[in-house]
Structure formats: C-alpha cells, structure tokens
Write a protein that binds this ligand. Structure first.
Ligand code: K7E
Ligand code: CUA
Length: 677
C-alpha cells in the first residue's frame, strides 16, 4: 500500500464519517419530501466503503472532496434546506437556487422576456409595459440586489424585490407563484444601485440612485454638475395586502451628486434609520474630457467618502406634513429641508467604499473601502451621540459631516479589496475580499455575544475563493437572526474552474461551509452561472416559503392574483365574432385544446382567452402559435388572455409546448387565417 492508500484507509474505514454524511438530520424541505426515501445509515459493512474508495481513487478525489460531496449531494427526491434568490445581473432575471445542492430551480422573468414562462410572449405584458421609459419598451435590466420581504427584521417568505440598476426600476415578485407582479419606474432617476433593500417590516422598499444626473433626467451640461446634478434615495411604500408598491404613498430624498452606492435599513436599536454609502465625494464630473483625471482616478482622489445616515421616520413625517416639493410628479424632500430638519448626516468612510451592512442587532454599520484593507465598524449609539453633540462640519451642500473618530467603534484589517459583509449565528462577520480573492471571517465585538463575550474585533480566518469575489450571501445573513451554516461566494471570474466554453466564461458561485468555527472554512461546491453576472443574493430557510402547487381556482390570473371574469371556462368554449373582433374561448386539459381549430380573417383583432382547467400538480400546458411570437406556460388553473392582430393570412398549427402527457404531441390545433377580400 502507498501512503495515499493508507490515508484513504484511515478516512474511509471510520464508519462515522460516512454514516454521518448520509444521515437524515437535515431538513428536507416540507411535506413533499416526506415521501422521499430517507437513506438508511451505513449498513452493508465494508463493501460500500471499498466501492467509494475505488471511485475516489479512480477519480483522484481526496478525503476532503468526498466530505464536500457528501455535504452537498442530495439523493433523488431530497429537497434542499435553503433557497437562494440571486440576481442574474444584466440577464434581467432572478435565479432561485437550492442550497446546499446548488441546483437551479427557477429562472424568473423580471425585466427581461422569458419564453419558458411566456413572460413577454403572451403573459406578463402588462407588467413589462409598466417598465417603459419615455414610451419605449426596455426589454432588459441589470438586476443587482434581491430583497426578501421581512417581518420584524426576519425573512417572511412572502415577496421578493429586485432593482434594475441600468434603468432605475424596481420589481415585485410574489412568492406564492414566483412570478413578477409589478415593475415601477423611478420618475427621478435613470440609474439606481442602492435597491432593493427593505425596512424591517417591509413598510418601505429602498431604492438609492447611483450616477448623479438632474432629477427627472432633463438635459444639463457637465459644467453644471454641482448645481444641477443630484443623487437620490426613493422610499417606495409597500402594501402587503395588494402585494404592490403604492406609488401614491412613496417619496424621495434629494441628495448631493456623490454617486450613492448601497443602502441598508437599520433594525432593532437602529430601526427607523437607513444607511447608505457613496463613492464620488470628489464630484468628478467630466471623465477627463477637459484635462481632469478620468472617473476611476477622479472619483478616488480623496481619502474619504461619506456614509449617509438618514432618519427615515423624520423624513416620513415631513413627507406626510406636505414638506416635499414635486419633481416630475413625484414628492421629493430637498437637501435644504433634510438639513434644516435634521434628517440627513454624513460620516466619513474610507476611500471608495462599497456597501454598508447593518449588524443583526442593528448596533453597528460595517463599511469596506475598496482601496483600504480595513472594514470600518460604526456604532449607531456613537453616531447618535455625535449628532446630539453637534460634533460636525458642513459639507459644500450644508450637510453635517460627523466627526469620524467619534462614530467609529473599530477598524479591522481584513485584507485586500474588502467589499461586502454578512453575518452568522456565532458572532462572526464575513467580508468578501475582491483582490485577494478570499472571504475573511472576523469577530463581531459582542453584538451576538455568546462566543465573544468580550468586545473583540479580530480577523480569525480566511478561505481563498476562485476568483474575484463580489457579494457574499450567508444563510439569512443580513437579517436579525442569521443561520450560519452556509455562505455563498459570488465570484466574478472563474478562469480555470470549468471546462472552457469560449471567451465568455460563467460566473462561479462557491458554497462555503461555515458551520465550524475558527479558521476551518472550506469551499464545498462550485456552481457555474451561465447567465448574466449575479451581484447579490439572499438565502432563506426553505420551510418559510409556502408556494402554491396549483392556482387556487380555475380561471386564475397570475397578474391580478384573482379569478378573471373573462377567463375561458370548461363547457363554454367557443369562438365569438363581433365585427372584426374575434374572441376565442379555449380550454386546455390533457391532451387537447377545445376548440381545436379556430378560423379568422386577415386583419381581425383576436382576443384569445385560454385556461388550463387541470387541478393536478405539475400538469402544465404550453400554448405556442408560430409566426405570431406567442408562447404561454399555463400552470394548473391559470387563465390568460392574449390579444393580437391576425395580420398575415395562412395556416398556423398551434401546439402545447410542455410535454404534458403521452399524447402531448397530439395536443395541437389549427389557427386558420383567411385572406381578406
Ligand atoms: Cu456588484 Cu451590490 Cu451591485 Cu457589489 S454590487 S459586487
Ligand atoms: Cu399539454 Cu403538452
């Protein structure tokens, strides 16, 4: 036996290791999984271990690899413990990923048409139309930050929101059916980044701007940058009952044009406040066109940018008292009002920061300077005392800049290029290090306490990641009660991690096991993401979600979450002509459409009402019409009405685009369009 074999023998013949791997102690995700056979533990003596040893040797796997595989493998039918909602960047969609298996479960069309769901191909058009800008269809988005709805600072599993950085839009997804219900276009801005973040009871969804421009984006020359260009943060009022943003109760705050970056809501002790960072206090304005440095240098000259500290409760009261001015039809509290009324403060933050993350107890705000090896931890209590003592100097817009030293609790040197921070349930914080690249773990003073009774801000370990990590996402890691256990490193570059597929390389989501304390974090899974570039994600315990299996009633409209009065009904299928308008009432059930052929005349205005009358889980039908750019996914009970002009005569075989039954191929019909006379 070689040394390697000896190692193997020692590892594999410890039954506890492998029995533990297959054990049934992990939550298996609700009632559906109870039917899945729980693996029996071990059994069979040494034979399975010998087989495992053979496979491991043939495939060149180390004992660590085997443990990683055992921690992430889901036997067929076993459900994941967590769901991760990830943006897919300029894909304009949302990804739903099971953890720890890292399997993609859903791709939700948000700002981008998505043909599987029929999103933009017959369904969801009204929602997509809400996202028009200047009357133009905008059929992509740059999704950055998903935000799960919260109750008392904890994910409640009801809704998810996400922003479109490219166009300053925000979307609402209902987690009963995982479909997008609303898109709001910010009337003031064309660029957002500090969204979506929610306040602890989801009263407001925060959308902070990014690149400054005149509010409402009217033209202003670069020379007027300081006088006319502005930043903003918008507070969108969320109405849980309707599941919609209530635009009539939403308002914005005018901010200096400092390129606001991310926001986070205060919680518990800091509830009622919001915090944001910014990265261009230099007001670099012309990108080098007139001999000044280009933006990357121009916006990085000063040692400090400003964390924004905003008293949301006061701002809300001012808005309700009618203190907002109306810009582009939208209420905006001016910088002057915010200063006069003590709503807005700045605190210096180290060079070119990215993000601000509030600790689970709400007592600390963590900021990382991309060009500074430290994370800076601010104390909410100290900030309040500094405000009370008026220990500040105004900036050029008159906004009080609080004394840095009076607000800082700690600075911890974590490494190169720190970006985003998440938290666990053991008193640790985790910060992504873009440049190293690695994820650093450090002790959080005493906010969570148990393991760190003494205030202690120390780097305790790092795990290298591959490569260039941006955000990290720990299980419920930005709530009032993080779970620990798992952290996903969302890496921008993958380089050598996957089989080459051309010059455009997938992103790499690496699952990190953070259950063990100390410096023992390990990467246990690499997941290529071959869509856009995901930025942020949130991970929620799967059993908090209560999605529907079928729509509550037949004839259901996902757009309104109610029965459509004009839905096609079983037994009342028909084609009705009224002048040149033709209403088709069609039902779908395994394995036929009724009616099976439909005749119209060239130029007719068609309203095609179609209902899937199935009540069986997973009995989805599609509806695809060639040459008319129509494809629907009709889940059990779902009704859609699609309108189009039959503008080309011809013979169009339509069919069900979901393989729903043995006779699925027969589930078709003909749409016959007679030439006009
Ligand atoms: Cu990419 Cu939050 Cu938009 Cu950082 S963001 S990485
Ligand atoms: Cu219905 Cu295929």
């Amino acid at each position: 036996m070689t040394a390697k074999h000896l190692v193997w023998g020692a590892c594999l013949l410890v039954p506890g290791l492998l029995v533990g791997c297959g054990g049934g102690d992990s939550n298996s995700g609700g009632e559906d999984s109870s039917s899945a056979a729980k693996p029996t533990s071990g059994g069979g003596g040494a034979a399975p271990y010998a087989a495992l040893q053979t496979v491991a040797q043939e495939r060149g796997l180390t004992p660590d690899d085997l443990v990683a595989a055992a921690k992430t493998f889901q036997p067929s039918g076993r459900h994941d413990d967590y769901l991760m909602f990830a943006s897919d960047g300029h894909g304009g969609q949302m990804l739903v990923i099971g953890v720890p298996s890292m399997r993609i479960l859903r791709v939700i069309g948000v700002f981008t048409p998505e043909p599987w769901q029929g999103w933009g191909y017959g369904a969801g058009q009204d929602v997509l139309d809400e996202g028009k800008i200047n009357g133009k269809d905008i059929t992509w988005g740059d999704t950055h930050h998903p935000a799960l709805s919260e109750t008392a600072g904890d994910y409640d599993g009801q809704f998810c929101f996400i922003n479109d950085k490219a166009n300053a839009r925000l979307a609402v997804i209902d987690l009963r059916d995982f479909e997008t219900k609303q898109i709001v276009k910010n009337p003031l801005s064309l660029s957002d980044h500090g969204g979506a973040m929610v306040t602890p009871n989801t009263d407001y969804i925060i959308e902070g701007g990014q690149y400054g421009h005149p509010l409402g984006w009217d033209y202003a020359p670069m020379e007027e940058y300081v006088s006319k260009y502005r930043g903003m943060v918008t507070l969108w009022k969320f109405d849980r009952d309707s599941g919609r943003i209530d635009q009539s109760k939403s308002f914005a705050l005018e901010l200096p044009p400092y390129w606001q970056d991310l926001f986070d809501a205060g919680k518990l002790v800091s509830d009622g406040w919001i915090f944001g960072n910014s990265f261009n206090t230099e007001l670099a304005a012309d990108g080098g066109e007139s001999g000044t440095p280009p933006y990357e240098a121009g916006a990085s000259q000063r040692d400090n940018d400003y964390m924004h500290v905003i008293n949301l409760r006061k701002a809300e009261a001012l808005y309700r008292a009618g203190k907002a001015e109306i810009i582009k039809g939208f209420p905006v509290l001016s910088i002057q009002t915010l200063v006069d009324e003590g709503v807005l403060y700045f605190v210096p933050e180290p060079k070119s920061p990215h993000g601000v993350d509030v600790s689970p107890d709400g007592a600390y705000m963590v900021v990382s300077g991309k060009l500074d090896p430290h994370v800076t931890v601010y104390s909410f209590d100290k900030i309040q005392k500094t405000i009370a003592a008026k220990n500040w100097e105004p900036d050029q817009f008159g906004v009080p800049v609080l004394d840095f030293d009076s607000c800082v609790e700690a600075q911890i040197e974590v490494g190169l290029g720190p970006l985003h921070t998440q938290f666990d349930n053991q008193g640790y914080a985790y910060t992504s290090l873009f440049l190293e690249p690695a994820v650093a773990r450090w002790t959080m003073g005493g906010p969570l306490g148990a393991k760190n009774p003494e205030p202690d801000w120390t780097l305790v370990g790092k795990v290298p990641v591959q490569y260039n990590v941006g955000h990290i996402c720990a299980a419920e890691g930005d709530t009032v009660s993080p779970d620990g256990k798992y952290l996903v490193s969302m890496n921008k570059w993958a380089i050598d991690r996957f089989t080459p597929v051309g010059p455009l390389v997938p992103q790499n989501f690496q699952l990190v096991d953070i259950a063990d304390t100390g410096d023992t974090m390990k990467v246990i899974y690499d997941m290529p993401v071959g869509m856009g570039e995901p930025h942020y994600a949130q991970m929620i315990k799967a059993d908090k979600l209560k999605p529907w299996k079928v729509y509550p009633e037949v004839g259901w409209s996902p757009e309104t979450q109610s029965v459509r009065l004009d839905a096609a009904q079983k037994g009342k299928e028909r084609v009705e002509r009224n002048g040149t308008t033709v209403d088709v009432y069609m039902t779908a059930v395994r394995s036929h459409f009724t009616p099976e052929y439909v005749e119209a005349v060239e130029g007719d205005h068609i309203r095609w009402h179609i209902t899937n009358i199935e009540r069986a889980y997973d009995a989805t039908h599609g509806f695809a019409v060639p040459a008319y750019n129509i494809n629907l996914s009709l889940e059990p009970g779902e009704a859609q009405v699609i309108e189009f002009v039959a503008d080309r005569s011809g013979t169009y075989p339509f069919y069900c685009s979901e393989f729903c039954s043995a006779l699925h191929l027969e589930m078709m019909g003909y749409f016959l369009v007679k030439p006009a006379e």
